[in-house]
Design a protein around this ligand. Structure first.
Ligand SMILES: N[C@@H](CS(=O)O)C(=O)O
Ligand SMILES: [Fe+2]
Length: 261
């Protein structure tokens, strides 16, 4: 069964206000008002420590990471997450060193499709999820409902293929308008991510698909989504056609398998 399979209608979250606003973090800095600011703050290619007053504590375990992330978001949703906080969240994800005992409770594999295992719902501000990718498993090309998405490889390897979002998206898998033009999605990059690598995606960067390229080694990754989202569109890379939004399901929550009727 596909995780992005059941269709349900619903609005996509708009994570970014169009105007700068003063946030209530200690330095009263501005919320990200433009793409460059927030994409730069989130960019995992920056690996240098932050300014001493901003450098976060190094998480010593996944539970410590959960605590530190919750403290970072405290009462605010990501819609008011400022440039400074986004950098700190990125940095926390970079500083976390995965340990097998941390992720073992969430490492539930199954035949056919990767699993999504909820570690923490972030008091409604974020979702921290372990994804378990058996050999060869992968996601379809998809978007992320306007959320920030950090992805850290815990074990094994993942390949991420990034695509430009089509400017004019043809909607619906079964549209019967023969005149409607379709075009293959344009690939931006293909990246191999080894254990410990951090990647970031946002709809303003584009679409992606992820898969475990190995024939004999399973992979695990830790994803931080904020705001949490439950709906995503899959895209057909050959035609650029976008599906109706599909529901994102959890295979386990807090280490316990979710029972489905
Ligand atoms: N965004 C996908 C996983 S990935 O391919 O980035 C999910 O949450 O299921
Ligand atoms: Fe994704």
């Amino acid at each position: 069964m596909n995780t992005i399979a059941t269709h349900a209608a619903g609005p996509a979250a708009d994570a970014f206000p169009s105007k700068a606003r003063v946030c209530n973090c200690p330095t009263r800095c501005l919320t990200p008002a433009d793409d460059i600011n927030f994409l730069d703050a989130a960019n995992p290619r920056h690996t240098e420590p932050l300014a001493p007053e901003d450098e976060p504590t190094t998480p010593t375990s996944i539970d410590h990471l959960r605590e530190l992330l919750k403290a970072e978001f405290d009462n605010e949703g990501i819609s008011t997450l400022c440039y400074r906080r986004l950098k700190r969240v990125r940095r926390l994800m970079q500083l976390y060193t995965p340990k097998p005992e941390d992720y073992a409770p969430y490492a539930h594999f199954r035949d056919g499709y990767y699993t999504r295992n909820l570690v923490d719902d972030g008091n409604g501000h974020f979702n921290l999820i372990v994804l378990a990718w058996a050999e060869g498993q992968g996601s379809p090309v998809h978007d992320h409902s306007g959320s920030h998405c950090f992805m850290k490889v815990l074990d094994g390897t993942l390949e991420e293929t990034l695509y430009h979002t089509p400017a004019d998206e043809p909607h619906g898998e079964d549209h019967d308008d023969d005149d409607e033009e379709t075009a293959p999605l344009e690939t931006i990059s293909k990246t191999n991510l080894g254990a410990g690598s951090l990647a970031y995606i946002h709809d303003r960067i584009g679409l992606h698909k992820v898969h475990n390229p190995s024939n004999d080694i399973p992979s695990l990754s830790l994803h931080l989504y904020s705001p949490p989202y439950t709906l995503s569109h899959a895209y057909n890379p050959k035609t650029g056609t976008r599906s109706q939004p599909g529901q994102m399901l959890f295979h386990s929550v807090g280490g316990q398998l979710v029972k489905r009727s």
